[in-house]
Design a protein around this ligand. Sequence first.
Ligand SMILES: Cc1cc2nc3c(=O)[nH]c(=O)nc-3n(C[C@H](O)[C@H](O)[C@H](O)COP(=O)(O)O)c2cc1C
Length: 168
Amino acid sequence: MSFIKKTTAELSANPFETIGKDWFLLTAGTPEQFNTMTCSWGAMGVIWNDPAVTAYVRTNRHTFGYLEESPLFTISVLPEEYRKVLSYCGSHSGRDVDKVKETGLTPVTLGGAPAFAEARLVFVCEKVYAQMLDENCFVLPETKTAYYSKDPMHKMYIGRIKAVYVNE
Ligand SMILES: Cc1cc2nc3c(=O)[nH]c(=O)nc-3n(C[C@H](O)[C@H](O)[C@H](O)COP(=O)(O)O)c2cc1C
């Protein structure tokens, strides 16, 4: 298998499935030094006339520091057989473990950013806009209570899609 560069118009992915059911690895940093974590919240769409991915990352994630420093981030969507790997990367912190070593994932550089060779789909995104979610802006207070009573707030990152790679 090898990565073929595609346009977003050529994709048939359903974002609700890809994000919410398949999950993805959000990776930020340089090809030499990066961290990755599992995400199942996010959005794919169009803003400022560009195709974009939005990710939501709580400030206590180790990946958060890398995201803050990196102009780019990648979204790696893995085949179903990597579900255990995704669960691992979503329940262990890069502060404590080397996720690449523990999972056997193969880092690869795509569009100048770190991603994984096992992915079936990779988005290389350039940060355009980043903003903390504001607890005062919840219209539905029960959502704030449900998600932020004990855990820190998410920061929202809107990334312009610079390149899409499909592993075929
Ligand atoms: C299925 C799944 C989805 C997750 N989605 C998110 C998410 O969208 N945003 C987030 O901040 N954390 C999410 N997490 C939690 C992080 O992946 C988890 O805290 C991870 O260990 C952080 O790793 P890090 O400290 O190395 O960055 C999710 C975890 C799982 C298992």
